[in-house]
Ligand binder design. Structure first.
Ligand code: GLU
Length: 438
């Protein structure tokens, strides 16, 4: 069975980059009638926060990205300890005592000599006495996985055939000095235990994947299929990493972005398939092919969400919008909504036209139009109004004042609605509840 996972660390809110990973994994699972696991990578007790776990779930629920089960790494520490023991037994795990400062010095020296800054495995050369002395002096060290210095190859679902020379990579630290298990080990143990078949994540994880393949094999398991999607950039190709904090999913929600707009964009952006508004989740899933995505960085422009959101809004009926139309009298809601939805950018603006229809808009009248508007309003009878009111009224005003075209209509629109743009004036007038006050 196809099994995928989305594995956020609960150290912040989900942002647009996380969404891409979550969505791809979710679509693969759903497309293959498989399982989608929400895995909370919370092995870091200091940085992980329960409020972020709740926020992650809330954001995914908002988008309808349902999960089949939740796993938490903090509850699986024993499994990681078992795996560490196994790596020790087979001689693929070693303790090292260099301090961060010492490591940094080594790296600088290597770079000065024009060599890649790869850990020199000095700890592997220590005698038993030297190890005992270091242990007595510095306490427990970190634990590194001993890479097999061969090429690591895998067919990547996005990047094609990849080959990384293990000798160009430092033996990864899997357990910190304070005993905390690091992501690289926890992740492979989980992927193996949970039967994960497809791992899709950002291309910043490619080197991790190389080392993880060796760890998985050392533990006697078979690596899953890997695919590394490109990273997002801003509209001009600028790095997004620093701005990601401002592209939190919850901010988008608060700004009125519609889930289907966001999903429709992110499910295809960066692929050879067109971005189109999809009606529902099934449509997102149906046309999704991970190999239609390319390795080039993907430009993300928040503004692309605006027209998509407007189209979602226009497709919604008054009933679906009821929550946001509370201030509109119930019997008028449907009529009201059908009249204004073409001029409603997000659901939070759904009732913003109501004061106009209630006859409570603040009129806008330019100085040079003052006399004209007063004269025109004198020609407007009291309600009830109908679909003909606008044409009858403007016809009478035209006759009386000689104005026509924009010079006739715009001052009246401004006086009645207080806005330069909006729904058809004939529709607005037909629904006006009282004669607007000047
Ligand atoms: N917690 C990791 C991250 O957020 C998961 C990476 C992975 O998918 O393995 O980067």
């Amino acid at each position: 069975m196809t099994t995928t996972r989305f594995a956020p660390s609960p150290t912040g809110y989900l942002h647009i980059g996380n969404l891409r990973t979550a969505l791809f994994n979710w679509m693969i699972a759903r497309k293959n009638s498989g399982q989608f696991i929400l895995r909370i990578d919370d092995t870091d007790p200091e940085r992980s926060k329960e409020e972020y776990v709740d926020a992650i779930k809330e954001d995914l629920e908002w988008l309808g990205l349902t999960w089949d089960r939740v796993e938490r790494q903090s509850e699986r520490l024993e499994r990681y300890a078992d795996a560490a023991d196994k790596l020790r037994e087979i001689g693929r795990f070693y303790e090292a005592w260099e301090t961060p400062v010492e490591l940094d010095l080594k790296r600088k020296k290597q770079l000065n000599m024009g060599n890649p800054p790869v850990y020199d495995r000095a700890a592997l050369a220590l005698s038993d006495d030297e190890k005992a002395a270091l242990k007595a002096d510095r306490g427990t060290g970190v634990w590194r996985f001993k890479l097999d210095h061969a090429r690591i190859n895998w067919p990547d679902g996005v990047l094609g055939d990849l080959s990384i020379d293990a000798a160009s990579v430092s033996d990864p630290v899997l357990i910190r000095q304070d005993g905390q298990v690091l992501y690289t080990l926890a992740s492979v143990v989980d992927d193996t235990d949970m039967g994960v078949t497809h791992v899709v994540r950002g291309s910043d994880h490619v080197t991790n994947t190389a080392t993880q393949i060796q760890i998985i094999e050392a533990l006697g398991a078979t690596p899953p299929t890997f695919a590394h999607h490109s990273l997002l950039t801003g509209p001009q190709g600028e790095a997004l990493s620093k701005r990601l904090g401002t592209l939190a999913l919850r901010d988008m929600r608060e700004n009125g972005v519609e889930p289907m707009a966001l999903l429709s964009l992110m499910a295809r952006l960066g692929s050879s398939d067109p971005v189109e508004l999809r009606e529902n989740h099934d449509e997102l899933v149906a046309g999704f092919e991970i190999d239609h995505f390319g390795p080039a960085p993907t430009k993300f422009d928040e503004d692309d969400l605006i027209p998509l959101t407007i189209r979602v809004i226009q497709s919604l009926g008054a009933e679906e919008m009821a929550e946001y139309l509370q201030t509109v009298p119930e019997k008028l809601r449907e009529n009201y909504w059908n009249t204004v939805k073409g001029n409603t950018p997000t659901r939070f603006y759904a009732d913003k036209w109501w004061p106009v229809f209630a006859g409570d808009a603040v009129p806008v009248v330019a100085d040079e139009d003052r006399d004209f508007v007063v004269e025109a309003f004198a020609l407007l009878p009291e309600p009830p109004y109908s679909a003909e009111t606008w044409s009858v009224w403007t016809g009478a005003v035209k006759e009386a004042t000689g104005r026509k075209g924009k010079g006739l209509f715009m001052p009246l629109r401004l006086a009645v609605t207080g806005q330069q743009r909006g729904p058809e004036m004939a529709d607005v007038m037909a629904m006006l509840q009282k004669k607007p006050a000047l």
